[in-house]
Design a protein. Structure first.
Lengths: 257, 178, 243
């Protein structure tokens, strides 16, 4: 730990104790969210999301393949995340580590469990041919909370996706049937305070996170407590309420995509 | 009294915490399973399966990893009476004056690099002594050819090349016990 | 497929249990010779072996932390533990489970007492039948106590599921596969009281009220498991007394 970050940590912490955040946000305030779709022409769907200075791009590619034996009439979702070294001095090249695996799996769960994609409409020939959707998350700049940015980018890219049926000789292209809008909200818990959308700066003072993903009806579809810390039950319910409310706000942005 | 990790044991002002006990917000809890022992207001929990801690009076097994003019550095690898590994790397100092009851002109008359030795810990800063009969070198290799040194009278003789060397030899040299 | 299977009939579950009833649990501590601490645990048809090594020297050495012990946790499924042979080695699911399980235990292990050391926890799933990560955590906790590793209390874990519209405790495979939600929990228990949440994951679909009900049910479940974890350790001391 170098001296600069050590001193910086004191500053961030003392601000938080005074009820303030270093970037002037309220505790329950997200950074500015910008969504741009269709940024990669070669992909079936794509989105670039900026969450403050955090930037992530998601590309959706589709292929025809065999269904899983236990769901012969349903399409398949495969989600992957690459935390490439370009995006942060602490990311290293090589196979995905536990952080990128966790990121991909939490984003995947939100989409899967909210049943955001009507997978039964992605069956071409029962038991033989279905559509496989590859959701690839590519981090560009990690200024904290890559997870929420990735989740927004993933659903935005899916909303932007056209199924390339003509290219595969199985009919006409059609838009991907998206029917739900899952939104992930990550909070950092520090000294009994809840900070939504923690920046990289803020993450240096705490390793206590929880991500709650909700759907259009405010159902909870995914939870992930992350980091070695103990969470009080009352605090959990508090985070739950904040997450539901914040997700509603972000969902309004998604409706414009 | 038998306790389990997290069991409440009393208040911080009543006792002094020792092994297996921790204090949080003025309360004392067990951090291990075992028996509570209280002596002179010092409270501790004794478990069947203790983690080895090196302190004054312990007998330890080690390897000489460096020798200087008047001291040697010893990497401690095991505490006597324990089957468990030590928790981390522990390097201790054996001063020339603590090697033998007799005067040594040269440290190499007492111990040499790579010797395996049994020592007593003589203070909590990990200072060692090999003065007692059962302490000292228990296994060593020839400085010339690397062959095994065997006990021959009060000296060590190389099995391969016949070279003889001096050491502060433990009475258990070559027996595989310590 | 899932629509064909009735998971709740006449208020009873597929294996005859009530909604708030755990599967049979058997715990035995100190079952391995090499490890510093170990535990064998059965939770329903889950069969779990956990081992703890350390605190010991960190290998490789550069991973050592000068102020505290590092904790490593490896959740591994044996190839024969599930119906269809599982390819050996860590998959993405195992990596994630290992991460969140490690974090749960790390939060109560007194790592500050052992700078530059590692505490390595290895958990093998010999047979899996839903809730294996919770069974593994329960076994790992007991193995840690068996190894004499200082902890602020203990971690006890159980899953809750939503099945045919009901919130049920400790689901079996069928309930997990065809249920509407799965929520693995682990709690920090101290002095016989639940203090806080150490692990929490969820996937499926639940309302806020259902989630609150799930927490309540999980808390009931872990208190029963906690008693068994405690007994498994205490048995060693009572045997010693008889001798």
């Amino acid at each position: 730990m170098n001296i600069i970050t050590d001193v910086r940590k004191d500053y961030i912490l003392s601000k938080i104790r005074d009820g303030e955040r270093v970037d002037g946000r309220a505790f329950d305030e997200f950074r500015k969210i910008e969504i741009e779709t269709g940024v990669i022409e070669k992909a079936e769907g794509s989105a670039l999301v900026k969450l403050g200075n955090t930037q992530v791009i998601v590309g959706v590619k589709m292929q025809v393949g065999e269904p899983f034996p236990d769901s012969p009439d349903k399409g398949i979702i495969i989600t992957n995340a690459e935390l490439v070294p370009l995006a942060s001095p602490i990311f290293e090249p090589g196979p995905p580590d536990e952080n990128s695996i966790e990121l991909a799996r939490v984003v995947d769960r939100g989409i899967r469990e909210s049943e955001a994609i009507d997978l039964s409409k992605l069956c071409i020939e029962e038991g033989k041919k279905v559509w496989i959707i590859f959701i690839d998350i590519h981090a560009l700049d990690d200024d904290g909370n890559l997870l929420d940015a990735s989740a927004i980018a993933a659903i935005s890219a899916l909303l932007n996706t056209r199924v390339p049926a003509e290219r595969f000789g199985v009919g006409e292209d059609f838009p991907l049937p998206v029917r739900n809008l899952p939104v992930a909200v990550t909070s950092m818990i520090i000294e009994d305070k809840i900070l939504v959308d923690p920046s990289k700066d803020e993450k240096s003072v705490s390793n206590s996170f929880i991500t709650i993903t909700t759907d259009v009806d405010d159902n909870i579809v995914s939870i992930q407590k992350s980091g070695s810390y103990l969470l009080k039950e009352e605090k959990f319910y508090e985070v739950l309420d904040i997450s539901i409310e914040k997700a509603r706000e972000i969902r309004e942005l998604l409706k414009e995509v | 009294m038998l306790v389990f990790p997290g069991d409440f044991l009393g208040y911080a002002e009543e006792f002094i915490c020792d092994d297996g006990v921790y204090s949080e917000e003025g309360k004392l809890y067990a951090s291990k399973a075992g028996r509570v022992k209280i002596k002179n207001k010092v409270i501790k929990v004794e478990t069947i399966n203790e983690i080895p801690k090196i302190s004054k009076g312990d007998i330890v097994l080690g390897e000489v990893i460096d020798t200087k003019n008047n001291f040697a550095l010893v990497e401690i690898v095991r505490k006597k009476g324990f089957n468990r590994e030590l928790t981390t790397y522990k390097t201790a100092v054996l001063h020339i004056s603590n090697i033998s009851t007799m005067y040594l002109k040269d440290i190499n008359e007492g111990i040499r690099y790579k010797d395996i030795i049994v020592c007593e810990v003589i203070d909590d800063d990990l200072k060692l002594s090999t003065k007692k009969d059962e302490l000292g070198v228990i296994k060593a290799k020839c400085g010339i050819c690397g062959g095994e040194l065997l006990l021959k009278g009060d000296k060590l003789r190389c099995k391969e090349c016949g070279n003889t060397e001096k050491r502060k030899i433990s009475k258990n040299y070559g027996k595989g016990v310590w | 497929m899932s629509e064909d299977i009735k998971l709740i009939v006449n208020g009873k579950r597929i294996d005859g249990r009530a909604f708030d009833e755990l599967r049979n649990i058997r715990i035995e501590a100190g079952v391995l010779k090499n490890a510093d601490g170990s535990c064998y645990l059965e939770m329903g048809r889950n069969k779990i072996m956990a081992a703890v090594y350390g605190p010991r020297k960190v290998q490789p050495r550069h991973l050592a932390d000068p102020v505290k012990a590092i904790v490593r946790y490896r959740y591994n499924m044996a190839p024969f533990s599930v119906e269809e042979r599982k390819r050996p080695g860590p998959d993405r699911r195992s990596v994630e489970i290992s991460k969140v399980s490690r974090e749960a235990l790390e939060s109560i292990i007194m790592t500050e007492l052992f700078p530059r050391s590692s505490i390595d926890i290895f958990v093998e799933v010999l047979q899996a039948d839903a809730g294996s990560r919770t069974a593994c955590l329960n076994a790992a906790s007991v193995a840690l106590v068996d190894a004499g590793i200082p902890m602020r209390g203990i971690i006890t874990s159980v899953a809750v599921a939503k099945v045919d519209g009901h919130i049920v405790l400790d689901p079996v495979k069928e309930e997990d596969n065809f249920g509407e939600a799965d929520i693995p929990f682990a709690f920090f228990i101290r002095n016989g009281k639940i203090e806080s949440i150490a692990l929490l994951q969820m996937d499926g679909k639940l309302t806020k009220n259902e989630l609150i009900e799930a927490v309540k049910l999980a808390k009931k479940g872990v208190m029963e498991i906690y008693k068994l974890q405690r007994e498994a350790i205490m048995k060693k001391y009572i045997v010693e007394d008889v001798e």
